[in-house]
Design a protein around this ligand. Structure first.
Ligand code: FAD
Length: 388
């Protein structure tokens, strides 16, 4: 029978990770990130230490430098690290790495995977184009084989972290005559190559990039796995990204911060927490968050135990993205004007955790695939309904 909760050992591990992170996320590191959200030397040092101390690859095989535990332990690590609010190269570690492990060439696995676990390489994802977002298979960026290399031309939008990345996990069309899902390949493009450039796209609460490929010449070894199999690689990576986007721990922390604030502050002569409406709202959020927690454990467990349940990450992502809006909106309302005060204000609650993360998490409604389309996937693959 499936046990819908963590084992005692897993709970202990969760506590151990939290204690480790509490002692490594110093005020100096947080100050550095306030000054420079992309991170400076302290942040790089922190990522390297996480790698050296074996945390980054907790659920990865030992042969690549991991601890050989399961995806569920890797997910527990992800929850704890998310809770801190300090980013690590999430996309590289949680999505590109495992996809390479499954579908990359031996040479790519041996080169990239140990580096990822040591925090030595960052990889950004280059899928979206000005005319290909939700309808990703319409992408136009071209990779043309020329002797012992491919020559890449095109433009991507929303290439988040491309300005800091060592490589782009790039989707490009290699067979323009094939049906559109069948003529795409994935390349690992070094950002140091001539012809590659980025310009910033400033979004609400964070930076992304436009990335340009102007006759970028990559060796044949930059092709991930097999030519024209890119759609399978994209969907594998996106499925992992959807689970990654579904974490509950920032919401959990938000609710905890709100309960603390509401217990210490009064409105109209009574503690805010004693108002029935506030109690009802916080209780409802807590119940829904518990549902999300169990859905995520189920999906993480499924990665190593189920053959095909591709709708689970989609289902979790829809639920998590919408719950996230509800949690941050409700908590900010409970705290009134204080809830809107940003980092740096003397009136900010928990150093502006609420407004900072409320802004950043808006993207989850469509990032990793728009929720409307994810609902369609759940209907088709989860419920067996016909394609709409
Ligand atoms: C902060 C941020 C970071 C991002 N990072 C990356 C990244 O690193 N790499 C990358 O490649 N991309 C990235 N993206 C892009 C993201 O994946 C796309 O925004 C997303 O796929 C939607 O594409 P679009 O913006 O072109 O919207 P569109 O495809 O134009 O869709 C707009 C809206 O139309 C609706 N819609 C569209 N098609 C359908 C349909 N068939 N059925 C029902 N409704 C539909 C949906 O509601 C959707 O939200 C990022 C985006 C943001 C905002």
């Amino acid at each position: 029978m499936l046990r819908f909760d963590l084992t005692d050992e897993q709970r202990k591990l969760k506590e151990e990770i939290r204690t480790y992170l509490d002692s490594h996320i110093t005020p100096e590191l947080l100050n550095e990130l306030k000054e420079n959200p992309d991170g400076g030397p302290l942040w790089s040092q922190y990522i390297k230490e996480l790698g050296e101390d074996g945390w980054l690859g907790i659920g990865w095989p030992i042969e690549y430098g991991g601890q050989g535990r399961t995806p569920l332990e890797q997910y527990i690590f992800l929850e704890e690290i998310e809770r801190t609010g300090v980013n690590i190269p999430f996309i590289t570690l949680e999505t590109v790495g495992p996809t390479l492990m499954k579908l990359g060439t031996e040479e790519q696995k041996n080169y990239f995977l140990p580096k990822i676990l040591k925090g030595e390489v960052e990889i950004a994802v280059g899928y979206t184009e000005p005319q290909a977002g939700t309808d990703l298979a319409s992408l136009q960026t071209r990779a043309v084989r020329d002797g012992d290399s491919y020559v890449i031309n095109g433009q991507k939008v929303f290439t988040t972290n491309a300005h800091m990345a060592d490589y782009i996990w790039l989707a490009a069309r290699t067979d323009p005559d094939a049906p559109k899902h069948k003529g795409i390949s994935i390349f690992l493009v070094p950002t140091s190559l001539p012809g590659f450039s980025v310009t910033p796209m400033n979004l609400i609460g964070e930076r992304s990039n436009v990335s340009y490929y102007d006759n970028v010449r990559v060796p044949l070894s930059a092709l991930v796995g097999e030519e024209n199999k890119g759609w399978e690689y994209i969907t594998t990576q996106l499925s992992l990204e959807r689970l990654m986007l579904s974490t509950y721990s920032r919401m959990e922390r938000m609710i905890e911060e709100t309960i603390t604030w509401a217990s210490e502050n009064e409105f109209d002569g009574a503690r805010v927490i004693d108002q029935p409406g506030v109690r009802d709202s916080l209780a409802e959020l807590t119940v829904e968050m518990e549902i999300l927690r169990l859905l995520n454990y189920r999906a993480a467990w499924g990665h190593s135990n189920e053959k095909a349940a591709p709708y689970r990450p989609s289902m979790n992502k829809v639920f998590a993205a919408e719950l996230n809006q509800k949690v941050f909106d409700t908590c900010m309302q409970v705290m009134g004007m204080f809830g809107q005060m940003e980092t740096g204000s003397e009136w900010a609650v928990a150093d502006g955790y609420a407004p900072e993360h409320a802004k950043k998490r808006l993207v989850y409604l469509f990032g990793g695939g728009a929720n409307d389309v994810q609902r369609d996937l759940v209907a088709r693959f989860g419920l067996g309904l016909p394609k709409s």
